[in-house]
Design a protein around this ligand. Structure first.
Ligand SMILES: NC(=O)c1ccc[n+]([C@@H]2O[C@H](COP(=O)([O-])OP(=O)(O)OC[C@H]3O[C@@H](n4cnc5c(N)ncnc54)[C@H](OP(=O)(O)O)[C@@H]3O)[C@@H](O)[C@H]2O)c1
Length: 280
């Protein structure tokens, strides 16, 4: 039987999910499809209500539907319950379930780049407190991170994360960013700053320890200015594309029954789609 999945959003033309899942379908020789479907907000509940009837095993959900989809499906796990968003929907026994895979995607990307790295008892400095930060903070707290310092332009959003995820979260003002870098074992940019078309992330890396690992969840460009500067200083760096690939793993497994591997070939395929001049 041919199995079908899709990604829904409004707009959706930018999504690279069809390229990722299409690669895995070919790689594992699965008779299935993964399509991109534009769904305007007012049609979301109808679309989800008819998803199984139309023969879909499930879908990915992207902007602006992540919160509305959370309310429309059964929530598969406690970690997703704390987030209030889902990015992956799957059918089981005629019902739709939802989960969020961004947190595990982030942690898996870290583990793949730095075998043996453990969040446990490490100090993490996070720039930003938006939607993606919530998933990452949830995953790091579950992994036992000792201290998570969060500097955000709107401090109230960092305070909210402390309320929701506990006292290991330390909210800071955006103006303190350069100072708190001195504590970092791991530095994560989760703001949209530095993304193609967005303002630059202007930050003084003078206090950053040489031993700190630096990662950015922005993946356009593949190597952000933050990563380039950190690499030049001798820090280990991890690009955001790994998180995008690893967050897709569980959806594919739920819909098509095989846990796929994030390979160097897949990385290269998507990296070339982002930057045709990319060379490994
Ligand atoms: N690699 C992946 O798989 C992956 C997954 C998800 C997201 N992303 C990327 O991560 C980025 C954030 O996504 P999101 O969904 O979390 O977005 P979001 O909810 O809109 O959050 C944006 C964050 O950026 C901050 N920000 C925006 N403009 C700023 C400025 N001029 N100065 C200082 N801070 C600023 C916001 O601060 P305020 O709270 O003050 O507004 C907020 O913390 C995007 O570039 C997205 O493409 C990547």
């Amino acid at each position: 039987m041919t199995r079908k999945a899709c990604v829904i959003g409004w707009p959706i033309s930018h999504s690279r999910s069809p390229l990722i899942h299409g690669y895995w379908l070919r790689h594992y020789g699965i008779a299935g499809s993964y399509e991109r479907i534009p769904v305007p907000p007012e049609e979301l509940s109808d679309f989800l209500a008819r998803l199984v009837q139309r023969g879909f095993a499930g879908c990915n959900v992207t902007l602006p539907h992540k919160e509305a989809a959370f309310r429309a499906v059964r929530i598969a796990d406690g970690a997703t319950g704390r987030l209030g968003v889902v990015n992956t929907v799957f059918a089981r026994d005629g019902e739709l379930w939802g989960t969020s895979t961004d947190g595990e995607g982030f942690v898996a990307s870290l583990a793949a780049s730095l075998p043996g790295w453990r969040a446990k008892d490490q100090t993490v400095v996070i720039l930003g407190a938006g939607g993606a930060t919530r998933a990452i903070v949830g995953a790091l707290v579950d992994q036992g991170s000792g201290r998570i310092i969060i500097a955000n332009r709107t401090r109230a959003r960092a305070e909210e994360l402390r309320r929701d995820f506990g006292s290991s979260i330390e909210p800071r003002d955006w103006t303190e960013t350069s100072d708190v870098l001195g504590f970092a074992d791991l530095l994560i940019n989760t703001t949209s700053l530095g993304m193609t078309g967005q303002p630059a992330l202007e930050i003084d890396l003078g206090n950053l320890p040489k031993s700190a690992v630096v990662t950015d969840i922005v993946y356009t460009p593949l190597e952000t200015d933050l990563l380039r500067r950190a690499r030049t200083l001798g820090n280990a760096t991890i690009p955001g594309l790994g998180m995008l690939l690893h967050q897709a793993v569980r959806g594919f497994e739920l819909w098509f029954g095989i846990r796929p591997e994030v390979t160097a070939d897949l990385y290269d395929l998507i990296a070339r789609d982002i930057d045709p001049g990319y060379r490994r």
